[in-house]
Design a protein around this ligand. Structure first.
Ligand SMILES: NC(=O)c1ccc[n+]([C@@H]2O[C@H](COP(=O)([O-])OP(=O)(O)OC[C@H]3O[C@@H](n4cnc5c(N)ncnc54)[C@H](OP(=O)(O)O)[C@@H]3O)[C@@H](O)[C@H]2O)c1
Length: 319
């Protein structure tokens, strides 16, 4: 688990943009689980961060200066601007965000990477059909709470697994999930899942891995689809955790398990964002942001998110 003392806040002059670049003053910084992987320094699908380097992360803010025709001063820009107050970046690497009545923080949540992850992970990898039972782990977080709501839009039953009673209440009372359970206080996951999913689990959207996943795998239905979105229970692990070997279930149930990265759907983002925006306007999708203020509180927010203290999308608001 990272510690606050692993991070350092430094000051430097505001940079000036060169040709093709823009200067952005960030309003919201994003705090995401994948950053934990980057902090190991190892490059996977994104470059690892070395000690002393800026923490690369999503952010959204206003264009202060532009040397590129794609952006004008005052436009809203979103992209990998990092945990910093001002950022210079190539205009072509950023998205111009038209809020269309939504708050600009939506660019980091429902109308950004987490929203797209929920959308493509559920609809493309799992292909939900009306009446199916969908189990979501990490359900009260940014991605998970959207997955359950999209499952409901597709007329499925949505069951959420989350780390506190407050989170389970939030899912069933505010986010429209049919049911859920607290994995920290429930001792017999198997009995609980059987009670909540008497006909088996048609779709499992996995954000966490570990023991929750081990128990879900024992109850998958014939032709189940499993989207491996995240494995947050393993992100601080220093060696592989051993567990039951359940791959045989994929044979017996003729099930499909598929890992994905949201970026693989990049050429279809535009249509997905239009749909997510319409669902937001129609009130079919609701969301909760967990906002801390001040760049100096970003490491604390990040560690809190890894510990499950966030409810909804963790963001940092800058002055
Ligand atoms: N594949 C992709 O392209 C893609 C894109 C975005 C995100 N992701 C993945 O999706 C998952 C959710 O991301 P997010 O941004 O929506 O974060 P999030 O769910 O808002 O925040 C992380 C949550 O993980 C839970 N958690 C932490 N440690 C856990 C553990 N040991 N066991 C079970 N749950 C634990 C905590 O909730 P509890 O209180 O419930 O424990 C915490 O609130 C992450 O695994 C992330 O890496 C994947």
């Amino acid at each position: 688990m990272p510690k606050e003392s692993d991070f350092q806040l430094t000051e430097s002059p505001v940079p000036r943009p060169a040709g093709g670049e823009i200067l952005v003053r960030s309003r919201y910084l994003s705090v995401d689980p994948y950053i934990r992987g980057r902090l190991t320094g190892v490059t996977t699908y994104v470059k690892g961060i070395q000690p002393g380097e800026l923490v690369g992360a999503g952010a959204v803010g206003e264009v202060v200066e532009s040397n590129d025709p794609r952006f004008a001063r005052g436009d809203i820009a979103e992209g990998m601007l990092g945990w910093q107050e001002y950022a210079v970046a190539p205009a072509k690497a950023l998205r111009k965000f038209d809020p269309e009545g939504h708050p600009i923080s939506a660019a980091l949540y429902v109308l950004g990477m987490p929203g797209l992850t929920a959308y493509f992970g559920l609809l493309e990898i799992c292909r939900p059909q009306p009446g199916e039972t969908v189990v979501v782990s990490g359900a009260a977080g940014a991605v998970g709470s959207l997955v359950g709501q999209i499952a409901k839009i597709k007329r499925c039953r949505a069951i959420g697994v989350a780390g506190s009673d407050e989170k389970v209440d939030f899912l069933t009372k505010e986010m429209g999930f049919d049911s859920g359970f607290n994995y920290k206080t429930t001792t017999d996951y198997q009995a609980k899942l059987k009670e909540l999913c008497p006909n088996g689990i048609d779709i499992y959207f996995d954000n966490v891995g570990g023991r929750v996943t081990d128990e879900v795998m024992r109850l998958i239905a014939t032709r189940a689809r499993i989207a491996v979105c995240g494995q947050i229970s393993q992100y601080n692990a220093t060696q592989p955790e051993m567990g039951p070997r359940w791959l045989g279930q994929l044979i017996v149930k003729q099930a499909r398990m598929e890992g994905f990265l949201v970026f693989q759907f990049a050429d279809r983002y535009e249509a997905a964002l239009q749909q997510l925006s319409a669902w937001l306007r129609q009130g079919k999708i609701r969301y909760r942001e967990d906002v801390v203020e001040g760049i100096e509180n970003t490491p604390r927010a990040f560690i809190g998110m890894l510990e499950g203290r966030n409810l909804g999308k963790q963001l940092v608001k800058l002055a």
